[in-house]
Design a protein around this ligand. Structure first.
Ligand SMILES: Cc1ncc(COP(=O)(O)O)c(C=O)c1O
Length: 375
């Protein structure tokens, strides 16, 4: 059997080991080391943004951004129903209520009309998610946010280097949150960053992420607010800096692989791919397929079993937020209809998508999918 193809493994092809070794030899392994600041500067510059605030994962980056925006109990935040659970949980950590909007059937991102329909007088922000690295239609979302005086927060966890209207993810809203989990296009193993052009939001993030120690005052150990320890260690930042130096290269690899998959899968009946956002540049964090079993002639379970038997790893898509028992228990309104999100959750799966994937790997996966179709 040919070699096993994981859904994603990190590509660590730059100075990661060098920088981590330097951090260890210097003894600076906590968040006080020099790489944290260097990584923040480099990643914010990569996005084209003024500030980067490094934290220990993408989930808390979202929570920190919501806290900086002043979101709290009684507030509603409109999020996509079709997203990873962390988007909703971060809203719960802030004590606010996530409200769900259905996905667009083509791009799989939050549908602007559905988002607007969910706005009530309690709404305080819209949190679009660039699903699988495909940027959202930020013009439409910005218009809705302005019309209803709402903040706009990008969940850019999956979208390092993605662009909309020529601007990078991280600069498309008031504030943005990234994840650097091991499968992301830029990784630190575990890690996250808040990115913003707004000086006040950036200061608030720095304050809350560090237990609300007064930033410039002498350490008297008196705290005016309840803060969080969301600091990133120097070891993680060392990896992040090396990754950021290669971010354009990794982005090109992901885009090349995404395009190869599209060329090879496009013509197979029953295989539906995510439509690329108009005016956008997607970064193909994951290459997703939404199967139409009645056209393909096999169920999703049959196809995934076939791929696994041949050494190809896959993952089914996440379940929508309205299906989540934890969110029902929290008090979210889960009663509405989310037909697109349901269709994706019931029929979707990802293919191997790491930056190190070779063209021959993609050929092998696509050939398996093509020959397994029952005509
Ligand atoms: C859309 C989205 N938001 C938030 C997160 C949370 O990031 P982390 O796993 O770094 O906490 C993820 C993680 O994959 C994600 O996909």
């Amino acid at each position: 059997m040919s070699s096993f193809l994981p859904v994603c493994s990190p590509l660590l092809a730059g100075k990661e080991l060098d920088y981590v070794t330097q951090a260890v030899s210097s003894g600076w392994i906590s968040s006080s080391g020099k790489y944290v600041g260097e990584f923040e500067k480099a990643f914010a510059a990569y996005c084209g943004s003024k500030h980067g605030i490094a934290v220990c994962n993408g989930t808390v980056a979202l929570h920190l951004a919501l806290t900086a925006l002043g979101i709290g109990p009684g507030d509603e935040i409109v999020i996509p129903d079709f997203t990873m659970i962390a988007s909703a949980f971060a809203v719960c950590y802030a004590g606010a209520m996530p409200v769900f909007a259905d996905a667009d059937p083509e791009t799989w991102n939050i549908a602007a009309a559905s988002a607007e329909a969910k706005i009530t007088p309690r709404a305080k922000a819209i949190m679009p998610v660039h699903i699988f690295g495909n940027p959202c239609d930020m013009t439409a979302l910005r218009r809705i946010a302005s019309k209803h005086s709402l903040a706009l927060l990008e969940d850019a966890a999956e979208a390092h280097g993605a662009e909309f209207g020529g601007k990078k993810a991280g600069t498309l809203a008031d504030i943005a949150a990234f994840s650097f989990f091991a499968n992301k296009n830029v990784t630190t193993g575990e890690g996250g960053m808040v990115v913003t052009n707004d000086d006040n939001l950036a200061s608030a993030c720095r304050y809350y992420k560090n237990l609300c120690f007064p930033p410039d005052a002498p350490r008297e150990y008196l705290h005016r607010d309840i803060g969080f320890n969301y600091r990133m260690s120097n070891l993680h930042a060392a990896i992040g800096l090396a990754q950021t130096e290669k971010a354009n290269e990794y982005r090109s690899l992901r885009i090349r692989n995404g395009r190869l998959y599209r060329e090879r899968l496009r013509e197979i009946p029953g295989i539906v791919l995510q439509a690329e956002q108009k005016d956008g540049l997607g970064v193909f964090w994951m290459n997703g397929v939404c199967l139409r079993p009645e056209v393909y002639g096999r169920t999703r379970g049959e196809l995934l079993a076939r791929l696994r038997e041949n050494g190809v790893d896959t993952r089914v898509f996440f379940n929508g937020m309205h299906r989540q028992p934890a969110l029902k228990k929290y008090g979210c309104d889960c009663a509405g209809q989310y037909p697109v999100s349901d269709l994706l959750a019931d029929n979707g799966f990802y293919l191997p998508s790491g930056s190190g994937l070779q063209e021959a790997d993609i050929d092998r996966v696509c050939a398996l999918i093509k020959e397994f179709r029952r005509k």
